[in-house]
Design a protein around this ligand. Structure first.
Ligand SMILES: [Zn+2]
Ligand SMILES: [Zn+2]
Length: 111
């Protein structure tokens, strides 16, 4: 069983049985991939919650993933801003965690 398979199984269970927030997952239930690998899919644009969404422009945020550092940058192609919202911070945080998990490394806690 790969790391991804076991994380998917754990998070599916936690979401259904223990109320894990689906947006806190580091694996994607729909794509069956790491969060950072499919966050650029249009399916991860959720205007209702503000995930990958610029409320000021009513426009999806574009995603850039640095495959070396595991840094995910979300920017609005209309206004050029990164929305400073809990939803945006959550995506950056979970993608960083999924990147670390996919490389078998502990999440670096430094600022
Ligand atoms: Zn996905
Ligand atoms: Zn915008």
């Amino acid at each position: 069983m790969s790391t991804l398979d076991s994380v998917l199984a754990d998070e599916d269970f936690a979401e259904d049985r223990r109320g894990l927030d689906p947006h806190e997952r580091i694996s994607c239930r729909y794509h069956r991939r790491w969060a950072h690998e499919c966050v650029s899919s249009p399916l991860h644009v959720i205007p209702v919650t503000g995930h990958r969404w610029c409320r000021g422009c009513d426009h999806p945020l574009s995603v850039a993933v640095d495959d070396l550092l595991g840094v995910v940058v979300l920017t609005c192609p209309r206004c050029g801003e990164t929305p400073d919202t809990p939803a945006t911070q959550q995506i950056v945080r979970t993608c960083r965690a999924s990147f670390a998990a996919s490389h078998g490394t502990e999440l670096v806690k430094a600022a």
